[in-house]
Design a binder for this molecule. Structure first.
Ligand SMILES: [Zn+2]
Length: 146
């Protein structure tokens, strides 16, 4: 399960509206599950530039240098990377085969917001589960907005 405050939830959805008709992407920072409760807690979100200028409407990619910077700044605040988010302009909030292929952080959340005609619609979250690259899968999980 992903626990996120209303402010951060609104921020990641708004990001998708701002970049429409292109995809937005960003990083979720916070706390990984402390024990076996499986709850990832988001305490801040970091916007990232989409480096996929060739087809920014259906692909997203975060510059590795930018990701390292976001990770370092998060650690200085005591936050870890707990997931990633991106938008699907005029497409359902479901992961695509490309999303699965591009997902590498097992145990993290992948949040997708569908943006219909410029307005954020459904937001879904999926946990990347599995033992590694060979049997990874995206599993729907609950989002609790507090
Ligand atoms: Zn996608």
């Amino acid at each position: 399960m992903l626990k996120i405050r209303r402010k951060e939830y609104a921020a990641l959805r708004q990001h998708g509206e701002e970049t429409y008709p292109h995809e937005c992407c960003g990083v979720l920072l916070g706390q990984m599950p402390a024990n076996d409760n499986g709850v990832r807690t988001v305490t801040s979100v970091a916007r990232a530039g989409n480096t996929r200028t060739d087809s920014a409407h259906n692909r997203y990619n975060i510059d590795p240098k930018e990701l390292i910077r976001i990770q370092r700044e998060g650690r200085e605040r005591g936050e870890d990377i707990v997931g990633f988010y991106h938008s699907h302009p005029d497409h359902p909030a479901q992961w695509s085969p490309t999303d699965l292929a591009d997902a590498h952080w097992v145990g993290c959340s992948y949040v997708i917001t569908s943006v219909e005609k410029g307005k954020a619609a459904l937001t879904n979250s999926f946990e990347l589960a599995g033992d590694g690259e060979d049997d990874k899968k995206l599993v729907a999980e609950k989002i609790e907005v507090a």
